[in-house]
Write a protein that binds this ligand. Structure first.
Ligand code: SAM
Ligand code: DTB
Ligand code: SF4
Length: 339
């Protein structure tokens, strides 16, 4: 008789079973059809099987708290339809020049004191230029890293040498999202290509940095587009160590301002499928958490999310109240992950 596979109800033949020694296999050869089958499972079966994989690879009672800081805000030349920081839309976001490294250090210290173990600095740039501003970002990376925090940056496209310099400065991970599936991508952004994004991811990986790469749902994409995004991520030469799942924060003035809110069921499908096909990754419940109830977030943690952004803001939009987050973790018996 065959062993039960990672689907709780499946009794697959051994050659089609995706488990090894009681653990889901880490595979880079997923087909779109296989991912679609997982994504479209009856929701409770999907959550149950994802929760099973989650417990094989992660401590299910631990949630990593991360803090974001916008170190350079707004006036971005790109046309990402979701983004309140694009100069092309009238969103009311006030442009701010690159922050002073000392202020960044203070913010990181505050985040650490508040329980964060990862600090992510975002800049509204298309790409990184080799100039004093990049030198200043390298200083910021060095000083945040000296606090013993994981350090992540999201600065737009970077080349191989910039990735190496970030690594040398102590960067843990670089965030560069694919945002959506390859077929839908051009409906959302025209000023940089999917291929260019993949090149940055390659530069990041080859420099020995961890890859943080995910996307956004709720931009009008179809389930097939979401499956396309998950397929691209899960068939990279190595899985990203970190996969942020964002629900669109519909921001006034952007072309996506009137998109209806994402249903929790869609968020759960996305998180559970990401968890199932990339078992080792940190799956981050990212933008959009502010619109979710605690019970909805609890389902996301059950489905395999193991990280949240804490602090009053994401980059430019409001985030959940930190005291309420603490109370929620207490209620759910979750502890902050210490790295
Ligand atoms: N400018 C850099 C870039 O685009 O690579 C870094 C900053 S950018 C704000 C980082 C990511 O935030 C985007 O790739 C996108 O996935 C996410 N993001 C931006 N605006 C968002 C929104 N309104 N709702 C959800 N996610 C958003
Ligand atoms: C990611 O995937 N989500 C974060 C982080 N990576 C940089 C950013 C979310 C931004 C939400 C809109 C804002 O606050 O401006
Ligand atoms: Fe600029 Fe990044 Fe916003 Fe796109 S997502 S407009 S590149 S800040």
């Amino acid at each position: 008789m065959s062993e039960a596979c990672c689907s709780p109800t499946a009794t697959l033949e051994p050659e089609t079973c995706t488990q090894s020694a009681g653990k889901a296999l880490v595979r880079m050869d997923w087909t779109r059809e296989e991912i679609a089958e997982i994504y479209n499972r009856p929701l409770l079966d999907l959550i149950f099987s994802a929760a099973t994989v989650h417990r094989q690879y992660h401590q299910a009672d631990k949630i990593q708290q991360c803090t974001l800081l916008s170190i350079k805000t707004g006036a971005c030349p790109e046309d990402c339809s979701y983004c309140p920081q694009s100069a092309r839309y009238k969103t009311g976001v006030e442009a701010q020049a690159l922050m002073d490294p000392k202020e960044v250090y203070d913010a990181a210290l505050k985040a650490k004191t508040a329980g964060s173990s990862r600090f992510c600095m975002g800049a509204a740039w298309r790409d990184v230029k080799d100039n004093e501003q990049f030198d200043s970002v390298l200083d910021m990376v060095r000083s945040v890293s000296s606090l013993g925090l994981e350090v992540c940056c999201t600065l737009g496209m970077i080349d191989a040498s910039q990735a190496e310099r970030l690594k040398d400065a102590g960067l843990t991970a670089y965030n560069h999202n694919l945002d959506t599936g390859p077929e839908y991508y051009d409906s959302i952004i025209t000023t940089r290509t999917y291929e260019e994004r993949l090149t940055t991811l390659k530069n990041v990986r080859e420099a020995g940095l961890n890859v943080c790469c995910g996307g956004i749902i709720g931009m009008g994409e179809s389930p097939e587009d979401r499956i396309g995004l998950l397929h691209t991520l899960a068939t990279l030469p190595e899985h990203p160590e970190s996969v942020p799942v964002n629900a669109l924060v519909a921001s006034k003035g952007t072309p996506l301002a009137d998109r209806p809110p994402v249903e929790i069921w869609e968020m759960l499908r996305m998180i559970a499928t990401a968890r199932t096909i990339m078992p080792k990754a940190m799956v981050r419940l990212s933008a959009g958490r502010v619109s979710m109830s605690e019970s909805e977030q609890a389902l996301c943690f059950l489905a395999g999310a193991n990280s949240i952004f804490t602090g009053e803001k994401l980059l430019t939009t409001p985030n959940c109240d930190h005291d309420q987050d603490r109370a929620m973790m207490e209620t759910l018996g979750l502890q902050p992950l210490v790295v």
